[in-house]
Design a protein around this ligand. Sequence first.
Ligand SMILES: *Cc1c(COP(=O)(O)O)cnc(C)c1O
Length: 356
Amino acid sequence: MKVPLLDVKAQNAPLRGALLEAMTRVMDSGGFILGPEVEAFEKELAAALGVSRAIGVSSGTDALLVALMALGVGQGDEVVTTPLSFFATVGCIARLGARPVFADIEPESFNLDPAAAAAACGAKTRALIPVHLFGRPAALPKVNLPVVEDAAQSIGACKLYGIMSCLSFFPSKNLGAFGDGGAVLCDDAQMADKVVLLRAHGSRPKYVHRAVGGNFRLDALQAAILRVKLPQLAGWTAGRRANAERYRRLFAATPGIPPELHLPEDVPGHIYNQFVIRAPRRDGLRDHLSKQGIGSEVYYPLALHLQPCFAGLGYRAGAFPHAEAATREALALPIFAELTEEQQAFVVTQIAGYYR
Ligand SMILES: *Cc1c(COP(=O)(O)O)cnc(C)c1O
């Protein structure tokens, strides 16, 4: 039996006809960037997520970048965030000339510790970026500063609570495009307008540039594909949640699982973009699963404060013990909606077999 970490082909197969029709519609329209297809997707996405504005952009990375640009983050500013995330969370801060300031995670949730984040804020702090990592809602830091949510892995997991929330439609996210795409969610009309302006080189009207923005536009083709997939999202999320529940039952019923192996807590709102366990002898377990044809992944093997490009920030190993422990212990197991009970039982049996 083979169990891939993710099977996007299984998700697309039942939608083949509708997807081809959407792609053909875009081809026949001759309009490929922004336009009516993107506008319709933005309206449908905003309605589905209960926000006043959703602004389609070129990627999750660019959603974060343009959100910080809209806040005016730049040289001399600090932005507080987590050391355990995908690189884009912190890359956007550094690209604007601002300084990333890290605070440790909560060991149980893998998310930025709200108290530690608040304590890391100072006079130069311009914003905070909590990440709803793996699809689990992060707690809101109690600070009087703008919060930009990195919701790349957590579409629909929680209400918008920051000034902006950033989504990714990278193919492995819960709502995946056929390439790169992202969105900025916003309830503040003025801020939304700034994002729209910056998304197309700050141009208004055409060839008059009111601000220095970038090319952060979403393709019509991606929007058309996402419009086909969006109505399925709730069902896919329910499938992921049901699979998480099934793992809990299977792990509990299988002898040989060591007590130090921890499953993710079942919390309201968790949409399980990843089902991440903490496992003793993690790397050995991963090799074993790989030999049995089971996909798994380490998110993330190196904490952000220890990345070579940030050596100049002066952080040392040991600075954030909870995040660093996660880089040694965390392992993502297959959780996609189309996974079968047999496949999950095989995964759990093989994990028990490794420890026995
Ligand atoms: C995927 C991801 C991003 C970046 O999204 P892209 O669309 O790949 O640019 C940012 N932050 C987190 C936490 C992510 O998982």
